[in-house]
Write a protein that binds this ligand. Structure first.
Ligand SMILES: Cc1cc2nc3c(=O)[nH]c(=O)nc-3n(C[C@H](O)[C@H](O)[C@H](O)COP(=O)(O)OP(=O)(O)OC[C@H]3O[C@@H](n4cnc5c(N)ncnc54)[C@H](O)[C@@H]3O)c2cc1C
Length: 393
């Protein structure tokens, strides 16, 4: 027991060390840097390069492949601190969880070839292609196909909202390799591919950026007889849904952590402004009508943080944590949105001025009630898998 306590306090010290180091790195990229990225729809290549060079983006990559070999608890703190600094972790978060698909399901050759390059920053794996315009949340009904022809697969179909593909060398793509009516379960017959984006672009893959509410670099993709070598297959043919599913817990926990970071950002801003802004000859924060909503939002964010910590701990211990990961993501996204709303209200009209940065973060954090999975689908997971209620879809 004493040994266990020592190990856990050492882990906690490491986490706090990482937190401080990420905070220092982010401080070099002030909020105006992110404002300009947003204004010009730019990609923060120098920030991502520094995050990679410092080893923070590779915390989950095992040491044998050049990463730090740490757990989701450490990775969560990296994401949380990026968001808390006023930055947008959506520019780089996918590499953390998409990399897991290669690590868990890649062949020895794929792992040895790609992972060290990803850890060094020579290759970016920032993109994953799952969502389609006509099927949305109903992933297993997707229509993109990959047909085996000799030593190649030929891919046809369409994807939507595929983020960062223009800033990524690699993409994990989900496509159907066996028709839906030829498999017993709808989760069968899907396969994942590790695609070389640069080679595919304009050789059967057409990429069209979507103008959107946040600077997330999301695109529509059109596949027209795109040929990829058979060794692009990631994992077993027909078991691609499992590959995607296996990465979902990590994804949910990391997004939950980002939301906690956003929430803490909003609370820091709101409480500071409420204490300093004077109207009617006293700080607005002296009014309970102003301070209570901030205190309430703080309470919600801290509660979400506990669920993120719990899910991360279970994940790192190898325990099943689907429910906790989903709940962490849902509670985080709702808490950060509540904190953002309070922060807007506290700042009054100034909240709308871009130079205050709040409206940008407010837009960014709204995404997480919709992507990568919407709140309703999380609720239906909890209802069905935790509460044993009937399946709703
Ligand atoms: C900025 C951005 C970036 C994204 N990046 C990526 C990416 O990189 N890769 C990728 O693959 N995808 C990406 N997505 C897509 C994202 O994962 C989907 O938008 C999300 O999963 C929801 O799918 P949908 O938009 O088709 O909504 P729909 O599935 O059409 O759902 C619309 C609404 O209906 C609700 N709903 C649907 N079915 C049910 C039901 N049975 N019961 C109750 N409610 C239901 C949903 O909860 C939702 O609120 C991104 C999206 C955005 C906006």
């Amino acid at each position: 027991m004493a040994e266990q306590e020592k190990t856990s306090s050492a882990k906690q010290a490491d986490i706090e060390h990482i937190r401080l180091a990420v905070r220092q790195l982010c401080a070099k990229y002030g909020e105006d840097y992110w404002l300009n990225m947003d204004r010009n729809s730019d990609y923060p290549s120098d920030f991502v390069a520094e995050l990679t060079a410092s080893g923070f983006l590779g915390v989950l990559i095992p040491e044998e492949y050049g990463g730090s070999g740490l757990g989701i608890a450490e990775a969560s703190v990296v994401m949380e601190e990026i968001c808390r600094s006023g930055a947008h972790a959506g520019v780089c978060h996918a590499q953390m969880y998409v990399m897991g698909s290669v690590l868990r399901h890649g062949s020895v050759e794929q792992k040895q070839f790609y992972l060290p390059k990803i850890a060094k920053g020579e290759l970016r794996l920032q993109s994953f292609g799952v969502t389609e315009p006509t099927t949305g949340s109903d992933t297993t009904s997707l229509k993109t196909t990959a047909r085996r022809v000799g030593d190649k697969y030929v891919i046809n179909g369409q994807k939507v909202w595929i983020s960062r593909i223009e800033h990524s060398d690699l993409m994990v793509l989900l496509a159907r390799t066996t028709d839906r009516d030829k498999v017993e379960k709808k989760t069968q017959g899907l396969s994942t591919f590790l695609l070389d984006v640069k080679t595919a672009k304009n050789n059967g893959l057409d990429i069209r950026p979507i103008e959107s509410m946040i600077n997330h670099h999301s695109c529509e993709l059109f596949f027209d007889d795109l040929e990829v070598p058979v060794d692009s297959l990631l994992g077993e043919e027909g078991r691609g849904f499992q590959v995607i599913l296996d990465g979902m817990n990590a994804e949910r926990i990391l997004i939950g952590a980002e939301c906690v970071g956003d929430g803490r950002y909003f609370i820091d801003k709101a409480s500071a402004y409420a204490s300093q802004r004077e109207v009617f000859n006293r700080p607005i924060g002296a009014n309970q009508g102003v301070q209570f909503p901030i205190a309430r939002a703080y309470t919600q964010v801290e509660a979400a943080g506990l669920m993120v910590d719990k899910a991360a701990q279970m994940f790192d211990q190898g325990l099943p944590c689907g429910a906790e990961a989903n709940m962490a993501k849902m509670l985080g996204s709702e808490a950060s949105w509540a904190a953002g709303d309070v922060c807007m209200q506290t700042h009054g009209g100034f909240a709308f001025a871009k130079e205050y940065h709040i409206e940008r973060k407010f837009r960014e954090t709204r995404l997480y009630q919709i992507a990568p999975i919407s709140t309703n689908l999380i609720l239906s997971y909890v209802a069905e898998h935790v509460l044993d209620m009937p399946r709703s879809y």
